[in-house]
Design a protein around this ligand. Structure first.
Ligand code: GDP
Ligand code: MG
Length: 298
């Protein structure tokens, strides 16, 4: 039997080059939000490709840009951190765009470890354009793989190249898991934080937050539906507050912070549910994301 291999592959490049599309292609389903609008991928999303002999964990990082808000800063950090310790880096370029100053910077910055320049969107141009582009990239002395993340052309060659640089390693994630949701975790942590701040000692430790739905609408707004879990009926009343004032306050504060972090309008719908002993239930904890990487808002 072949030795199992696993590792991390970072997708980096300017916004809109097709990082999310490529990851979705490899993972085989939609795990990252793809949109023509820059910056839809707000933080590091992991897409997981598992087959018989190997597991590749893709890190679809936000584009590189100047930090202008708290979240952008967080995202820039995420990209930098993700590339450290990666087994392979795909430096993505969009063939419909000229190689710009930012691209050259990214190539220089990320080309020390095993990597390839992934020349995406070849479905948009003719052969000659691809050849011309390759000539222009020759000076960097890095392998170039022309692909179309949309049609899948060239992606098998890229996957082979990534596989070759994977070390022997464990299966980090179960077979059926294709992604994790740090964005959801971020949302639940912020709601939990606001609840704890407002409730002070009245409901000691006994709350958890479970995100039932987190969706980006066509206009870019995000709507979230979440449960606040508590252990006692009496706690439920406190969390809701007189005439719903407390739950409203928690929702408003969480919304305001998430709007800054996500840089868009956010709607939050909160429900309070009594779930006795939820803190001791492994299933409930898994539901709440506690087995996954914890990302906090600070
Ligand atoms: P990201 O910002 O790098 O994650 O880019 P996205 O994956 O969100 O893609 C940006 C835009 O380019 C979207 O409108 C995609 O549909 C489009 N796109 C991505 N890959 C391809 C490709 O191979 N061919 C074409 N024609 N469009 C693509
Ligand atoms: Mg993206």
């Amino acid at each position: 039997m072949k030795e199992f291999k696993s590792g991390f592959c970072v997708l980096c490049g300017r916004p809109n080059v097709g990082k999310s599309t490529l990851m979705n292609h490899f993972v085989g389903q939609k795990v990252a939000i793809v949109s023509p609008k820059a910056q839809t991928t707000r933080n590091c999303i992991r897409g997981i490709l598992t087959d018989e002999n190997e597991q590749i964990v893709f890190l679809d990082t936000p584009g590189i840009h100047k930090p202008k808000c708290k979240l952008n800063e967080f995202m820039a950090k995420t990209q930098k951190e993700a590339s450290i310790g990666a087994d392979f880096t795909c430096i993505m370029l969009d063939i419909t765009q000229p190689v710009g100053h930012t691209d050259e910077k990214i190539i220089k910055e990320y080309s020390s470890a095993p990597c390839a320049i992934v020349l995406n969107k070849i479905d948009c141009v003719d052969r000659q354009t691809v050849l011309d582009y390759l000539t222009r990239l020759a000076k960097f002395d890095i392998s170039v793989v022309p692909v179309s993340a949309q049609t899948g052309e060239g992606c098998d060659e890229l996957k082979k190249m990534i596989s070759q640089s994977l070390p022997a390693g464990p299966k980090y994630f179960p077979d059926d898991m294709v992604c994790d949701f740090p964005e959801r975790f971020l949302a639940s942590e912020i709601i939990r934080e606001k609840a704890l701040l407002n409730l002070s000692d009245e409901v000691p430790h006994g709350i958890g937050v479970s995100i039932n739905r987190m969706q980006e609408q066509d206009n870019g707004n995000i709507s979230i539906s979440a449960d606040i879990l508590c252990e006692r009926e009496s706690h439920k009343g406190i969390i809701i507050g007189k005439g719903g004032t407390m739950i409203k306050k928690i929702g408003t504060e969480a919304r305001q912070e998430l709007e800054v972090l996500l840089d868009t309008k956010v709607y939050i719908e909160l429900f309070v549910k009594v779930k006795e002993n939820w803190r001791n239930s492994a299933a409930a904890l898994k539901d709440l994301g506690y087995t996954e990487q914890q990302i906090t808002s600070k």
